[in-house]
Design a protein around this ligand. Structure first.
Ligand SMILES: Nc1nc2c(ncn2[C@@H]2O[C@H](COP(=O)(O)OP(=O)(O)OP(=O)(O)O)[C@@H](O)[C@H]2O)c(=O)[nH]1
Ligand code: SF4
Ligand SMILES: [Mg+2]
Length: 399
């Protein structure tokens, strides 16, 4: 079965004091020995991820964490990793020893509340403690209780699940009428993976089909012919950010056009904020620090967009000597105020929550943040064109 991409999975963090039974709970819900369990406190030291299809909710990722109140030497380091999980969790599950709510549990409830993460309490070790509270009571070592637990859990998750997970915002389906044609210009160069398209392209094609539109996929070399041969004009043209100048040059101005990255900027983040952030490019000075933040941790090619192309374009177009640094994967620096600009990748592999959390951190630190696609369009002087299809946010670009 084809795996659901990470970015569309509901992320559920399993939190609780050390030894409360978090890993046992994960093993019970997943029906597998996913996480090591033991009576020794501090058994889970790193975040353990487990994917599961939980119908009718859909694809989810469980995030088993190191427990709170770990007084071992490494306790603080483990807790720091657990706290980072809150930046990407859509929901939290608090695993309690019986119904014990002490200072540790209060701290977790407060943390989840401050990050607006809905929380489900699990009264665990129900066989050892007499729990009288209403809610999900379970003995995580009893495999026969799995079905009952799963149905109670699904009911609770559906009640508190973020609305945009049940019905995710369209990628492009709302930008073109039903029955119309969307042309996608896809580079098939040495950077393209062998025998397949990359995730943003696949998701855009699927979104077209979900919205009863026709998708035509072409390389740059075939694009002029596609336009010539179509009896009716396409409603939208989408291209890879790197080919944005080619698309703009070869597309009549009455046909809307944008980039894959801009589509993801809107769905995963906040396009308006990224557009505002791009305005900071023109204010950069010699010595300014720019952070390039990429969700994937792939090996960079000689022509990598994040590591090579954007830095070169940025230096060339601004003419400034910039101090550019990089962060990848789930790492996002804490001390953001040292940067004058952050450039975030499209984030197609990440959930919306994690990208929004980065936007919130940048906002809090007063640092402008933009994304790859918006930045490239701005640097190539075509942002006013590629932002036009997004009527609600296009005005932000004019301010
Ligand atoms: N009797 C009983 N024992 C349980 C239950 N859940 C977990 N345990 C036991 O409690 C101990 C700790 O369980 P873990 O699942 O490792 O707990 P944890 O919260 O992941 O622990 P850390 O990773 O160290 O924070 C193990 O010996 C489990 O077998 C339960 O519902 N009933
Ligand atoms: S680097 Fe970012 S935009 Fe590119 S594939 Fe990975 S998550 Fe998607
Ligand atoms: Mg554990």
């Amino acid at each position: 079965m084809e795996k659901a991409p990470k970015g569309i999975r509901l992320q559920i963090a399993i939190l609780g004091r050390v030894n409360s039974g978090k890993s046992s709970f994960l093993n019970l819900v997943s029906g597998q020995d996913t996480s090591i369990t033991s009576p020794i406190k501090g058994t889970t030291t790193d975040v353990v991820e487990k994917n599961q299809e939980l119908q009718p909710i859909g694809p989810i990722t469980w995030l088993d964490t190191a427990g709170f109140a770990d007084d071992s030497d490494l306790g603080d380091k483990r807790l720091a990793k657990t706290l980072k999980v809150l930046d990407r969790a859509d929901i939290a599950v608090l695993v309690l020893e019986g119904s014990k709510i002490g200072p540790v549990e209060e701290e977790i409830i407060k943390l989840a509340d401050s990050k607006k993460i809905p929380l489900i309490k699990i009264f665990n070790k129900n066989d050892l403690y007499r729990v009288t509270e209403n809610g999900i009571r379970v003995n995580s070592t009893d495999l026969s209780s799995r079905d009952e637990l799963l149905s109670a859990l699904k009911e609770e998750i559906l009640k508190i699940c973020p609305a945009d997970f049940i019905k995710p915002a369209p990628l492009l389906g709302d930008l073109a009428p039903e029955g119309s044609t969307v042309v996608m210009i896809v580079p098939i160069d040495f950077e393209a993976p062998k025998g397949r398209l990359i995730l943003p392209q696949v998701q855009a094609i699927r979104d077209c089909l979900d919205h009863d539109q026709t998708a035509i996929i072409t390389k740059e070399s075939g694009y002029p012919n596609v336009l010539k041969n179509l009896r009716n004009k396409p409603s939208l043209v989408v291209c890879d950010s790197q080919g944005v100048d080619f698309m703009v040059k070869n597309t009549p101005r009455d046909i809307a056009c944008t980039t894959f990255s801009m589509l993801f900027a809107r769905q995963k983040g906040d396009l308006g904020m990224f557009i505002k952030g791009a305005k900071a490019i023109s204010t950069l000075k010699d010595g300014d620090k720019v952070l390039i933040s990429e969700c994937c941790t792939h090996h960079a090619s000689d022509d990598d967009i994040g590591k090579v192309k954007i830095p070169n374009l940025l230096k060339k177009e601004t003419g400034k000597k910039l101090d550019i640094s990089f962060a990848s994967g789930h790492v996002f620096p804490d001390n953001l105020s040292q940067y004058q600009l952050i450039i975030q990748c499209g984030g197609c592999m990440f959930g919306r929550k994690e990208i929004l959390s980065r936007l919130a951190k940048a906002d809090e630190a007063g640092v402008p943040i933009t994304n790859y696609g918006v930045c490239i369009s701005a640097l190539k002087g075509v942002l006013d064109i590629t932002v036009k299809p997004f009527k609600d946010t296009a005005d932000v670009a004019k301010d």
